[in-house]
Write a protein that binds this ligand. Sequence first.
Ligand code: ASP
Ligand code: MG
Length: 422
Amino acid sequence: MARIVMKFGGTSMAGSERIRRVANIVRRQQAAGHEVAVVVSAMAGETDRLVNFCREANPLYDPAEYDVVVASGEQVTSGLLALTLQALGCQARSWLGWQLPIHTDDAHAKARIEGIDSEALLASMAAGEVAVIPGFQGLSDANRITTLGRGGSDTSAVAVAAAIGADRCDIYTDVDGVYTTDPRIVAKARKLKYVTYEEMLELASVGSKVLQTRSVSLAMKEGVRVQVLSSFIDDDSAPSDEIPGTLIVSDEELEGLDMERQLITGIAADKNEAKLILTRVPDRPGAVATIFGPLAAANINVDMIIQNVGRDKGETDVTFTVPGADLLRAQTLLEAQKEAIGYNRIITDGKVAKISVVGVGMKSHAGVAATMFRALADRGINIQAISTSEIKVSVLIDEDETELAVRVLHTAYGMDATDQAA
Ligand code: ASP
Ligand code: MG
């Protein structure tokens, strides 16, 4: 027997037909002898609809009342799933966020989970009941309903799994796992059987949005094993303890699981970056601080940074990237500081993309960056900036070359699926 948390996203919960399908998947796990808690999202599109109502009611809406409204989408689906399970002869009941409760801070619309009271939940599961929990919801110390931010049901599921000491948290979605890269760009992308928390965080933060990033950090912190898999695969015979999707685990667990580990795990592309160049910045202590201080104060995240060695006249160019949505704000701020910083000109470019190769394998191997630069150079793709971490190399290129770069790199690292493996 295992204790399993199963989470179903909005597309899996969209309508009675699909909820019945979900109920059948849940029933199979319970019939296999497992203790099951289910976390559900609102029906696809429902949260957007509710957010719109709030905007129409009052453009300057009170976030506490916003939470009351948007949390309702998950209340509906949790009740419906419990009803559907009962119709199939399964014992089931819903546990709303405030009933457990799921304690959060009071940052409405983006609350953080502080703890979950799991006693009643565990007792009901031990008695053979499927526990159905609406994702996204919590309760603040002031006794008000909170929500966890868009996509927050993933985080609810991981938090529930941690609280009840689940053996696994299965996240059912409309993709069947995590791929080496976006299969819409590279037809030969392969589904990964395993990925580490760190890799998943890097892949998620640079643009493959399978899970809410916060849920991955939480899983890493709490050591929750997460599996991403599809709820749209018809396979009644699948044994319950097999791993049909992608399992997200720690580095240590992975070493035992995957002997044929590849050097690179995945390639991500992010078009939401913008580049700024400040020319002829004085090359003296404190100059860079006067650029990035005001940006930090305005909560603008700076990602890649390049400062050249000063050539002559004690001047240098400083290049960096910010989220595309913040480009105008950053530019305006820096123009206001022109005197204080002492630069000559600002050049901006919103048509850039960040391409990242990610893999824990590169911790112990040299040459990953060299392979990347060579492969891009062979195709005439110019690199405008570079940044690295222990398990990632990122380059900034022209946005129009994104697809080409991802394909070229996927091949260069030998990641293309062979016909048998595909
Ligand atoms: N329903 C919420 C949203 O759309 C939470 C979730 O589905 O994860 O953001
Ligand atoms: Mg989601």
